[in-house]
Ligand binder design. Structure first.
Ligand code: ATP
Length: 230
């Protein structure tokens, strides 16, 4: 079948001030695909997402990303199809679950289709929900907008494996509906199980890449070689 690329970088180099944090990245993600970025702390994963979101301009090379209005502000980009979940829990802690969903641009019913387990808790302030419920609320809000490109940074940090699987499953469902997803994730096995492809970053460069299945077959050695701190 024909695939439409949603993300294509060529020799992408990006960083902070005049110091590159990622070098020479060649990444490709098609619509309907999930790509996972793996790597130790400081390897350049968040920097890569920021460059794809248009928050960091390439110092060298190109970052072609399907046009989500990348020159406009992040909230405008959200309106044109970019869903960006940053590290941490992106919810209004002082508002109820319902209020959080209604403030989103998508239909609350769609978020609840993805995470029906939230329904009994929607009357509570988000700050009183568990970490997993907060993250389902945050991801549900984003996915309810039916984004064309989803960038998700460590959405499962500190959460129980069952919740991690629910969150990653919802991303898989979004991809199956045609979204392109780029995911930064520390749960290597869970992530590779839903990913079409993966890139292992080391010191800002792609050290290894392959299909999710190829990398999953090497998950142990990838963990030993690339994911421990240096
Ligand atoms: P982590 O898992 O710790 O989030 P990461 O793989 O996402 O790691 P990045 O956050 O992309 O790594 O960091 C890559 C490099 O860029 C690191 O050396 C980091 O110190 C540096 N860096 C990150 N953010 C900034 C910033 N705002 N200003 C300057 N340097 C930064």
């Amino acid at each position: 079948g024909s695939t439409t690329l949603a993300v294509q970088t060529r020799g992408l180099t990006a960083g902070y001030g005049s110091t590159p944090a990622v070098h020479d990245l060649d990444l490709e993600v098609a619509e309907g695909e999930i790509a996972v970025l793996l790597g130790a702390n400081g390897a350049g994963k968040t920097t890569t997402l920021l460059a794809l979101a248009g928050e960091l301009r390439p110092m060298r090379g190109t970052a072609d990303v399907l046009d989500c209005g990348r020159r406009s502000r992040l909230d405008r980009r959200a309106r044109s199809g970019l869903g960006y979940l940053t590290e941490g829990r992106c919810v209004f802690m002082g508002l109820t679950g319902w209020e959080n969903l209604k403030l989103g641009r998508g239909k609350p019913a769609r978020a609840l289709e993805l995470f029906p387990e939230l329904e009994p808790h929607l009357g509570k302030r988000a700050g009183l929900l568990s970490g997993g419920q907060q993250q389902m609320l945050a991801l549900g809000r984003i996915l309810a907008t039916e984004p064309r490109l989803v960038l998700a940074d460590e959405l499962s940090l500190g959460l129980a494996p069952l919740v991690v699987q629910r969150l990653l499953g919802a991303l898989r469902a979004a991809a199956d509906r045609g979204a392109a997803v780029v995911l930064v994730e520390q749960h290597v096995r869970h992530a590779l199980a839903i990913a079409d492809r993966g890139y292992v970053l080391r010191r800002g460069r792609v050290a290894l890449s392959g299909t999710g299945a190829e990398l999953a077959a090497d998950a142990d050695s990838i963990g030993r070689q690339y994911l421990t701190g240096e």
